[in-house]
Write a protein that binds this ligand. Structure first.
Ligand SMILES: [Zn+2]
Length: 459
């Protein structure tokens, strides 16, 4: 189905483009065919479906580069509401071990729908926990993501060091390294869509340098390089981690990644909070990417990542909501706002603009995950775009700068979402899910969350 998105009241193509008025977009199949005025494009539109955008601001869909979808089942658990990272992990692992393959399907649906509603059109899920016997979970996740219509980059994660090997997780959620690499290769062979417009891609992603052995970190990265895939892991999230790294390996986290052969333009790291200036420059030179998670960093009191300094050093920076056990909402627009606000706490009021934060969430994300077909709106790009009405109560009085108003006034819900040329949200409602279906999904998720938490209370 082709789309003729007519007469957008405001239009931002992304990047440094000006915000324009009365712009129309013609979409053929999954791609943008042309952008121009309604009169220019009308003769080319043929039988394309018309969408009236005269009340909307249209911009590129956002890219969330780090999440743990399964954690939507363990949001807001009272036992970790006020915990710091390591205690938080130790309390949660036994509960996460209760999560089944069906739960992965359910939580992927919930997270994808929630992200879509907040303006995300491409989502990266770092899925590193494989409860015993549940390695089919990756296929379940892909099935669920496809059903929602989300463009999906699945990080095939891994943990191989349990408590008995000096790691944090229990035995029941780790795998042997041979099994990890074998199953990873099978997954890549079966589902990775490397071509332009690909809807499912695999990223190679050991959980962190502390939850697998050095050998697996090295092997996983070599495998990613051979296959032309991105590699991803957690890095420099907390001071505790930095101390642990120095104690365990005798070096700071960035040096460790250099030693493991990871420091290049095909790797990106979640958090990167505790970087010094020298490490920022190493990242800039290597073009290693960052998935900045401001809300999670505030929630766990991890610190403030030096994003403004990273941008100055030309480090590719993207934005992410992180897992729902540490955010606990998967809302990209609110993340953009927190990204802007938190840098201002660290530096000063004019260190980052609303537009800068939106750029990080769009073009920034595309660069970090290695895509040149999303994150911007122009002829030949994938039709991944979102639209916001401008007449909500929270926007009233903000119309002098409607694009920045999305960030300053905390507009957190889209009215239109198109992914791969398909309308997934229209007039603020999902097109693929009825209200009844949505309610059923929410009810089921609450039931499963209660059941998982009962394992804590029963202790
Ligand atoms: Zn994470």
């Amino acid at each position: 189905m082709n789309l003729f998105i007519k007469n957008a009241r405001y239009f931002w193509a992304g990047g440094d483009a000006e915000v324009l008025q009365n712009v129309s977009i013609l979409v053929k199949n999954s791609e943008i065919e042309a952008i121009g005025s309604e009169t220019e494009l009308a003769p080319l539109a043929g039988d394309a479906r018309n969408i009236d955008a005269s009340e909307l601001l249209i911009m590129p869909g956002m890219i969330n580069t780090h999440h743990h979808f399964y954690q939507t089942l363990t949001r807001n658990f009272p036992c970790v509401q006020d915990a710091k990272l390591f205690t938080w992990l130790v309390n949660l692992y036994p509960l996460w071990a209760q999560i089944t393959e069906e739960d992965f399907h359910l939580s992927t649906t919930v997270a994808s729908l929630e992200l879509l509603m907040s303006g995300c059109t491409t989502a990266v899920d770092h899925s590193y926990m494989v409860p015993t016997g549940a390695s089919n979970l990756y296929y379940k996740q892909i099935e669920a993501a496809k059903k929602t219509g989300m463009r999906f980059h699945l990080c095939r994660g891994s943990m191989s060091r349990s408590k008995k090997d000096g790691g944090l997780p229990p035995d029941s959620v780790v795998q042997t390294e041979d099994v990890i690499m074998k199953e990873t290769d099978e997954l890549v062979t079966k589902v990775h869509e490397g071509e332009k417009g690909g809807m499912v891609r695999i990223i190679i992603a050991p959980c962190s340098p502390f939850s697998v052995t050095k050998e697996l970190m090295i092997e996983a990265k070599k495998y990613a390089n051979r296959k032309g895939l991105k590699a991803h892991t957690h890095l420099a999230e907390t001071k505790d981690e930095e101390q642990f790294c120095i104690k365990e390996f005798g070096v700071r986290p960035v040096k460790l990644m250099e030693d493991l052969g990871w420091m290049d333009e095909n790797s990106f790291y979640a958090h990167c909070v505790h970087f010094n200036q020298e490490e920022i420059e190493i990242m800039g030179k290597a073009q290693g990417g960052v998935a900045h998670c401001p809300t999670s960093n505030m929630r766990l009191a991890s610190g403030i990542a030096p994003i403004v300094e990273m941008l100055k050093a030309n480090v590719p920076v993207s934005l992410a909501v992180d897992g729902s056990a540490s955010n606990d909402c998967s809302n990209m627009m609110l993340e953009v706002r927190n990204c802007m606000l938190l840098q201002r706490v660290l530096k000063t009021a004019n260190c980052i603009t609303a537009r800068d934060a939106l750029k990080i969430a769009t073009q920034g994300g595309a660069k970090v995950i290695g895509r040149d077909d999303v994150g911007y709106l122009d002829k030949g790009y994938e039709a991944d775009l979102i639209g916001f009405r401008l007449d909500s109560l929270r926007q009233a009085g903000s119309s002098t700068d409607p694009l920045a108003a999305l960030v300053f006034c905390a507009v957190d819900k889209v009215d239109l979402s198109v992914v791969h040329g398909e309308v997934l949200i229209e007039n603020g409602d999902f097109t693929r899910f009825s209200k009844d279906e949505l309610n059923e999904i929410i009810t089921r998720q609450n039931e499963r969350s209660q059941a998982i938490y009962s394992h804590y209370k029963n202790k």
